[in-house]
Design a protein around this ligand. Structure first.
Ligand code: AMP
Ligand code: MG
Length: 412
């Protein structure tokens, strides 16, 4: 059994960033760029209308109170183009997003058409009065946003929706980014049945599978659910063999001291080197961690998480989360959940021999963070974990904490 801080440090030292890969744009969402994105076209690529209205020659528009009557020479919707040039005394009916025709340099919004002429189409005459008219108004000029050849996203850019959209605008279908970490998931236990099954006597629904897949997804990694392995060596070995092809293998169950806790032995047979087994931590004491060296990539990391769902989740947050973040190439500040200090709003008790993590609800108040401990019965209780946006972290020592005491919290 090792100390919690030592276990976390061992995970941090064993995990290595995956080399960046060229991936389809969407796969890079949530990751960071490893090579800049350079625009292949100007944006906008041509002068375009930014309002629905009439494309005019500014010399034709008097401004102020005066009304000008112009002949509508052509109708242009977004996607339409024309070779026609707007001559003095004429204009084009134009919709937002259409290219400005030659000769025109401004758009008068349709709301500025007077005397019921707003619906005028090609062949008709429109009457316009635009008191705030400025030459060049409501036109997005070619290259206003960026020019071809400009680096619109630099190395290290975090790829969220805006960045993905911008890369697409710049013509990138693929980007070089921190690789999406592939995380295989195996739930062990002969008692386990899929969640869609009503458990018969002796059976338990596999809650860790969906729970851990969700946790992996929220980290921007790719879950690969391999299903349930019964507590038979061949069954576990078969799924472990598949899972070891991923970057990370998360097993749950079968790592404590029971007769059928076969996982550590099978992992050893598969060449996985144990880094630690059992950590001074509650819940989560049985957790197992090891690695399988790979010739052409950083080692595959293997976590044997406890079977009890709440333990499994706490161990995921403390150990698997930083491992996945490191593989993904995230900066150190992003490896762990943030921590802070909070005032307790209920009583809690520390364990004598190990640090304890207890689910709580956090409130941001003018006096600072307040932590309301959840009603929670222990390592198998997910109901108490659900809705908890924090964990109270208490050091070993068996101390009782009262309302108003300041404690460390983990923000989820
Ligand atoms: P184990 O760590 O395999 O000894 O399992 C500890 C407890 O967690 C047992 O009550 C198991 O039935 C339960 N358990 C194990 N795996 C899961 C799972 N995937 N989903 C829900 N409960 C589980
Ligand atoms: Mg089991």
């Amino acid at each position: 059994m090792i100390e919690l801080a030592e276990a976390i440090a061992l995970v941090e030292r064993t995990a290595r960033p995956l080399p960046p890969r060229r991936v389809p744009l969407l796969e890079a969402c949530g990751g960071r760029l490893a090579a800049g994105v350079v625009a292949d076209v100007d944006s906008p690529p041509w002068d375009r209308a930014m309002m629905d209205g009439f494309a005019v020659r500014s010399a034709d528009v008097p401004g102020g109170d005066a009304i000008v009557e112009l002949e509508v020479a052509v109708d242009l919707a977004a996607g339409d183009t024309t070779g026609l040039v707007v001559r003095p005394g004429t204009c084009a009916r134009i919709m937002t997003g259409a290219p400005l025709p030659g000769g025109a340099d401004s758009v008068v919004p349709v709301e500025r058409a007077v005397d019921d002429t707003a619906r005028t189409h090609a062949g008709g005459r429109v009457r316009l009065r635009d008191e705030s008219f400025r030459a060049g108004q409501h036109v997005g000029r070619r290259g206003d946003a960026f020019r071809a050849g400009r680096e619109v996203l630099a190395v290290g850019a975090a790829l969220g929706p805006a960045e993905i959209g911008l890369a697409a605008e710049a013509g990138a279908t693929h980007v070089v980014a921190g690789a999406r970490v592939r995380v295989a998931l195996v739930s062990t236990g002969s008692e386990l049945v899929p969640p869609g099954t009503t458990p018969a006597f002796g059976q338990t629904r596999n809650t860790n599978g969906p729970m851990l897949a969700a946790a992996v997804t929220l980290l921007g990694a790719e879950p690969i659910p391999l299903g349930i392995a019964a507590d038979r060596p061949e069954a576990i070995r078969a799924l472990v063999a598949q899972g070891l092809a991923a970057d990370v293998l998360l097993l749950s169950g079968g790592v404590s001291a029971g007769d059928l806790d076969l996982v550590p032995g099978i992992l050893a047979q598969c060449g996985v080197e144990q880094v630690f087994h059992k950590v001074r931590l509650k819940p989560g004491k049985p957790v197992w961690f090891g690695m399988l060296p790979r010739a052409d990539a950083p080692p595959t990391l293997v976590f044997g998480l406890p079977g009890n769902p709440a333990s499994s989740l706490v161990c995921f947050e403390l150990f698997a989360r930083p491992a996945i973040a490191i593989l993904a190439g995230r900066p150190r500040e992003a490896w762990h959940l943030p921590r802070g200090r909070a005032r307790l709003m209920g009583q809690v008790k520390a364990a004598a021999d190990r640090p304890v993590y207890l689910p709580c609800r956090l409130d941001r108040t003018p006096r600072g963070l307040e932590a309301q401990p959840a009603a929670w019965s222990g390592s198998s209780d997910l109901l108490g974990m659900a809705g908890a946006d924090g964990l109270v972290a208490l050091p070993a020592g068996g101390r009782r904490y009262d309302v108003g005491d300041e404690v460390e919290v983990v923000l989820r």
